[in-house]
Write a protein that binds this ligand. Structure first.
Ligand SMILES: C[S@@+](CC[C@H](N)C(=O)[O-])C[C@H]1O[C@@H](n2cnc3c(N)ncnc32)[C@H](O)[C@@H]1O
Length: 212
Protein backbone atom coordinates (compact mmCIF):
# COMPACT_ATOMS: atom_id res chain seq x y z
CA UNK A 1 0.00 0.00 0.00
CA UNK A 2 2.74 2.48 0.93
CA UNK A 3 4.73 1.64 -2.22
CA UNK A 4 1.71 2.60 -4.32
CA UNK A 5 1.22 5.80 -2.33
CA UNK A 6 4.86 6.87 -2.76
CA UNK A 7 4.77 6.12 -6.51
CA UNK A 8 1.56 8.13 -6.86
CA UNK A 9 3.19 11.00 -4.98
CA UNK A 10 6.23 10.83 -7.25
CA UNK A 11 4.10 10.83 -10.40
CA UNK A 12 2.20 13.88 -9.10
CA UNK A 13 5.48 15.64 -8.21
CA UNK A 14 6.86 14.96 -11.70
CA UNK A 15 3.75 15.26 -13.90
CA UNK A 16 2.59 18.49 -12.23
CA UNK A 17 6.11 19.95 -12.67
CA UNK A 18 6.55 20.60 -8.96
CA UNK A 19 10.25 19.75 -9.42
CA UNK A 20 10.57 22.70 -11.81
CA UNK A 21 9.33 25.14 -9.16
CA UNK A 22 11.70 24.17 -6.33
CA UNK A 23 14.20 26.80 -5.21
CA UNK A 24 16.90 27.18 -2.58
CA UNK A 25 17.62 30.71 -1.30
CA UNK A 26 15.66 31.95 -4.32
CA UNK A 27 17.69 29.99 -6.89
CA UNK A 28 15.98 27.21 -8.82
CA UNK A 29 17.00 23.61 -8.33
CA UNK A 30 15.44 20.80 -10.31
CA UNK A 31 15.17 18.30 -7.51
CA UNK A 32 13.00 16.29 -5.20
CA UNK A 33 13.05 18.16 -1.89
CA UNK A 34 13.27 14.90 0.06
CA UNK A 35 16.35 13.96 -2.00
CA UNK A 36 17.91 17.30 -1.02
CA UNK A 37 17.23 16.55 2.64
CA UNK A 38 18.65 13.03 2.22
CA UNK A 39 21.81 14.45 0.62
CA UNK A 40 22.54 16.79 3.52
CA UNK A 41 22.06 13.85 5.89
CA UNK A 42 24.62 11.93 3.79
CA UNK A 43 27.09 14.83 4.19
CA UNK A 44 27.03 14.32 7.96
CA UNK A 45 26.74 10.52 8.01
CA UNK A 46 29.62 10.02 5.52
CA UNK A 47 32.08 12.76 6.51
CA UNK A 48 31.62 14.62 3.22
CA UNK A 49 34.04 17.50 2.65
CA UNK A 50 34.00 17.82 -1.15
CA UNK A 51 31.29 17.84 -3.81
CA UNK A 52 31.63 17.15 -7.53
CA UNK A 53 28.39 18.01 -9.30
CA UNK A 54 27.86 17.55 -13.04
CA UNK A 55 25.02 19.76 -14.31
CA UNK A 56 24.84 23.11 -12.48
CA UNK A 57 21.90 24.62 -14.42
CA UNK A 58 20.50 27.48 -12.29
CA UNK A 59 22.99 26.87 -9.49
CA UNK A 60 20.50 26.19 -6.69
CA UNK A 61 21.72 22.67 -5.95
CA UNK A 62 25.37 23.81 -5.94
CA UNK A 63 24.49 26.64 -3.56
CA UNK A 64 22.67 24.21 -1.25
CA UNK A 65 25.69 21.89 -1.20
CA UNK A 66 28.09 24.81 -0.61
CA UNK A 67 26.04 26.09 2.35
CA UNK A 68 25.90 22.56 3.76
CA UNK A 69 29.71 22.25 3.55
CA UNK A 70 30.10 25.68 5.16
CA UNK A 71 27.69 24.81 8.00
CA UNK A 72 29.69 21.70 8.86
CA UNK A 73 33.00 23.53 8.54
CA UNK A 74 34.13 21.02 5.91
CA UNK A 75 37.61 20.76 4.46
CA UNK A 76 36.66 21.49 0.84
CA UNK A 77 34.20 22.97 -1.61
CA UNK A 78 31.73 22.28 -4.38
CA UNK A 79 33.03 21.88 -7.93
CA UNK A 80 30.04 22.17 -10.26
CA UNK A 81 30.39 21.60 -14.00
CA UNK A 82 28.09 22.64 -16.81
CA UNK A 83 28.50 22.93 -20.55
CA UNK A 84 26.45 26.14 -20.50
CA UNK A 85 26.39 28.90 -17.85
CA UNK A 86 23.62 31.03 -19.39
CA UNK A 87 20.94 30.17 -16.83
CA UNK A 88 23.17 30.11 -13.73
CA UNK A 89 21.99 32.70 -11.18
CA UNK A 90 23.83 31.50 -8.07
CA UNK A 91 25.50 34.24 -6.02
CA UNK A 92 29.25 33.97 -5.51
CA UNK A 93 30.15 31.75 -2.57
CA UNK A 94 33.59 30.91 -1.17
CA UNK A 95 32.85 27.20 -1.31
CA UNK A 96 31.25 27.08 -4.75
CA UNK A 97 33.23 26.94 -7.96
CA UNK A 98 31.60 26.61 -11.39
CA UNK A 99 33.54 25.12 -14.30
CA UNK A 100 32.35 25.47 -17.88
CA UNK A 101 32.80 22.52 -20.24
CA UNK A 102 31.70 18.96 -20.80
CA UNK A 103 31.73 16.89 -17.62
CA UNK A 104 33.66 13.93 -19.00
CA UNK A 105 36.15 15.57 -21.34
CA UNK A 106 39.73 14.60 -20.45
CA UNK A 107 40.64 18.28 -19.79
CA UNK A 108 37.69 18.69 -17.42
CA UNK A 109 38.50 15.48 -15.55
CA UNK A 110 42.14 16.62 -15.13
CA UNK A 111 40.98 20.05 -13.92
CA UNK A 112 38.63 18.53 -11.32
CA UNK A 113 41.37 16.14 -10.19
CA UNK A 114 43.85 19.01 -9.76
CA UNK A 115 41.41 20.90 -7.51
CA UNK A 116 41.10 18.14 -4.90
CA UNK A 117 44.10 17.39 -2.67
CA UNK A 118 45.52 13.88 -2.97
CA UNK A 119 45.67 13.61 0.82
CA UNK A 120 42.21 14.96 1.61
CA UNK A 121 40.86 13.89 5.00
CA UNK A 122 37.16 14.08 4.07
CA UNK A 123 35.07 12.24 1.52
CA UNK A 124 33.70 13.28 -1.87
CA UNK A 125 29.99 13.45 -2.65
CA UNK A 126 29.73 13.05 -6.44
CA UNK A 127 26.38 13.72 -8.10
CA UNK A 128 25.86 13.08 -11.81
CA UNK A 129 23.05 15.37 -12.98
CA UNK A 130 23.92 16.63 -16.48
CA UNK A 131 22.98 15.01 -19.80
CA UNK A 132 20.79 12.06 -18.80
CA UNK A 133 21.29 9.89 -21.88
CA UNK A 134 22.70 6.45 -21.14
CA UNK A 135 25.79 7.07 -23.28
CA UNK A 136 26.68 10.31 -21.52
CA UNK A 137 26.11 8.95 -18.01
CA UNK A 138 28.26 5.90 -18.86
CA UNK A 139 31.00 8.23 -20.09
CA UNK A 140 30.76 10.22 -16.84
CA UNK A 141 30.93 7.05 -14.75
CA UNK A 142 33.99 5.83 -16.68
CA UNK A 143 35.72 9.20 -16.46
CA UNK A 144 34.81 10.34 -12.95
CA UNK A 145 34.39 7.26 -10.71
CA UNK A 146 38.21 6.72 -10.89
CA UNK A 147 38.54 10.02 -8.94
CA UNK A 148 36.74 8.41 -5.99
CA UNK A 149 38.35 6.62 -3.03
CA UNK A 150 36.86 4.13 -0.61
CA UNK A 151 34.14 5.80 1.49
CA UNK A 152 33.23 8.45 -1.09
CA UNK A 153 29.57 8.71 -2.12
CA UNK A 154 28.01 8.63 -5.60
CA UNK A 155 24.53 9.68 -6.73
CA UNK A 156 23.28 8.96 -10.25
CA UNK A 157 20.42 11.46 -10.59
CA UNK A 158 17.22 11.09 -12.60
CA UNK A 159 17.52 7.32 -13.00
CA UNK A 160 13.72 7.49 -12.57
CA UNK A 161 13.22 8.26 -16.29
CA UNK A 162 12.59 5.64 -18.98
CA UNK A 163 9.82 4.08 -16.89
CA UNK A 164 11.63 3.78 -13.51
CA UNK A 165 8.80 4.59 -12.94
CA UNK A 166 8.20 7.87 -14.83
CA UNK A 167 8.78 9.34 -18.31
CA UNK A 168 8.76 5.95 -20.16
CA UNK A 169 9.31 7.60 -23.55
CA UNK A 170 12.70 9.06 -22.49
CA UNK A 171 14.76 6.14 -23.82
CA UNK A 172 17.74 4.56 -22.10
CA UNK A 173 19.13 6.82 -19.43
CA UNK A 174 20.94 6.92 -16.08
CA UNK A 175 19.29 3.72 -14.74
CA UNK A 176 20.57 1.68 -17.70
CA UNK A 177 23.98 3.36 -17.52
CA UNK A 178 24.61 2.52 -13.86
CA UNK A 179 23.39 -1.07 -14.35
CA UNK A 180 25.85 -1.55 -17.21
CA UNK A 181 28.69 0.18 -15.33
CA UNK A 182 28.23 -2.11 -12.34
CA UNK A 183 28.11 -5.22 -14.53
CA UNK A 184 31.36 -4.24 -16.21
CA UNK A 185 33.00 -2.98 -13.00
CA UNK A 186 32.05 -5.35 -10.16
CA UNK A 187 33.22 -4.68 -6.58
CA UNK A 188 33.58 -0.91 -7.12
CA UNK A 189 30.31 0.47 -5.78
CA UNK A 190 28.06 -0.67 -2.93
CA UNK A 191 24.36 0.17 -3.37
CA UNK A 192 23.02 2.10 -0.35
CA UNK A 193 19.42 0.88 -0.57
CA UNK A 194 18.51 1.84 2.99
CA UNK A 195 19.44 5.47 2.37
CA UNK A 196 17.78 5.48 -1.07
CA UNK A 197 14.46 4.26 0.31
CA UNK A 198 14.43 6.49 3.40
CA UNK A 199 11.80 9.00 2.23
CA UNK A 200 9.65 6.62 0.16
CA UNK A 201 10.55 7.91 -3.29
CA UNK A 202 13.60 9.33 -4.99
CA UNK A 203 14.50 10.71 -8.41
CA UNK A 204 17.56 8.43 -8.21
CA UNK A 205 16.25 4.85 -7.88
CA UNK A 206 19.20 2.42 -7.84
CA UNK A 207 21.30 5.58 -7.82
CA UNK A 208 22.86 5.72 -4.31
CA UNK A 209 26.36 4.18 -3.92
CA UNK A 210 29.30 4.07 -1.56
CA UNK A 211 32.71 3.57 -3.22
CA UNK A 212 34.31 0.34 -2.02
C1 LIG B 1 19.16 18.61 -14.92
S1 LIG B 1 20.08 20.06 -15.23
C2 LIG B 1 21.02 20.23 -13.73
C3 LIG B 1 20.15 20.53 -12.55
C4 LIG B 1 20.84 20.98 -11.30
N1 LIG B 1 21.85 20.06 -10.84
C5 LIG B 1 19.78 21.15 -10.24
O1 LIG B 1 19.63 20.29 -9.38
O2 LIG B 1 19.09 22.17 -10.29
C6 LIG B 1 21.22 19.48 -16.41
C7 LIG B 1 22.35 20.43 -16.81
O3 LIG B 1 23.35 19.64 -17.45
C8 LIG B 1 23.99 20.46 -18.41
N2 LIG B 1 24.72 19.59 -19.36
C9 LIG B 1 24.25 18.96 -20.46
N3 LIG B 1 25.24 18.29 -21.07
C10 LIG B 1 26.35 18.47 -20.32
C11 LIG B 1 27.69 18.02 -20.40
N4 LIG B 1 28.10 17.25 -21.43
N5 LIG B 1 28.57 18.39 -19.46
C12 LIG B 1 28.17 19.20 -18.42
N6 LIG B 1 26.91 19.65 -18.29
C13 LIG B 1 26.03 19.31 -19.23
C14 LIG B 1 22.87 21.29 -19.02
O4 LIG B 1 23.40 22.46 -19.59
C15 LIG B 1 21.96 21.54 -17.79
O5 LIG B 1 22.24 22.79 -17.22
Amino acid sequence: MFEKASEDYMRWYFDENIWKTVSYRGIRTLKSVSDMWNYQEIFHAHNIGWVIETGSRHGGSGLFFADTLEAKNAEGKVISVDIDSASNYAPSHPRLEFLIGSSCSPVMVDTIKSMIPEHRTENIFMILDSDHTKQHVLSELNALVPLLKSGDYLIVEDSCVNGHPIYPEFGEGPWEAIKEYIELNPNQLLADKKRESKFGFTFAPDGFYIKL
